[in-house]
Design a protein around this ligand. Structure first.
Ligand code: CA
Length: 217
């Protein structure tokens, strides 16, 4: 696997690079956004690890620019920021996953592998209007959601949450709400609970993974 690592802190970059090399992957390192965009323009990568806080061009702008260039390379954002808003923003500007520092290296490796698998296998087209999964249909234009053909009414947050479940089928939702003890976890539980109740019988496919998050089966 070919990985582009965008990280300005030398110590962190060396640590990540060594670890990924130990997995047998080749890693190009860019210490800032400009170099990252140059690397991405001239090389082909399987996954891009993108730090958000960079000198010069910020990670978010690197991500936007890559997507504006129609790059489909999976992007895993790495950041010290760990708020649901930041994560949702990251995912809406085109990142595929999100990992808060400090992270467990095994988790980084697992995420990279998962992104690579997704990119090479099943992937919901981000531009697809109608997303279906089991008996659930989500029309991204009309924002109409139906379960077994019956329309259900969702709040904006519930809809965002459902969309994340649908576009990340089989994935754990910690991309949005973190793994570790998070003071906002209860909020997530509340929203997931509401969504489940509204989506009877499909709601039961959203399962809780203890200490990890939620996943749609
Ligand atoms: Ca940084």
């Amino acid at each position: 696997m070919n990985i582009l690592l965008v990280e300005d802190e030398t110590r962190v970059a060396d640590f990540i690079r060594r670890g990924l090399a130990a997995e047998g992957w080749s890693v190009d390192h860019a210490p800032d956004g400009e170099e990252a965009l140059e690397h991405a323009a001239t090389n082909s990568y399987d996954v891009i690890l993108l730090d958000l806080m960079l000198p010069g061009i910020q990670g978010q702008d690197v991500c936007r620019e890559l997507r504006a260039r129609k790059s489909k390379t999976p992007i895993l954002m790495l950041t010290a920021l760990d708020s649901p808003e930041e994560k949702v923003e990251g995912l809406t500007i085109g990142a595929d996953d999100y990992l808060a520092k400090p992270f467990d290296f095994d988790e980084l490796v697992a995420r990279v592998e998962a992104l690579h698998r997704r990119a090479n296998g099943y992937e919901t087209d981000v531009n697809e209007t109608l997303i279906s999964n089991g008996a659930i249909s989500f029309d991204r234009t009309s924002l109409q959601v139906t379960v077994e053909g019956v329309e259900i009414s969702l709040s904006k947050k519930e809809r965002d949450l459902l969309l994340l479940f649908l576009t990340n089928a089989g994935r754990i939702l910690n991309a949005v709400w973190g793994l570790k003890a998070d003071p906002l976890t209860n909020v997530v539980d509340v929203y997931v609970g509401r969504l489940r109740r509204k989506m009877v019988p499909e709601g039961k496919r959203i399962v809780a993974l203890r200490h990890v998050g939620y996943r749609m089966t």
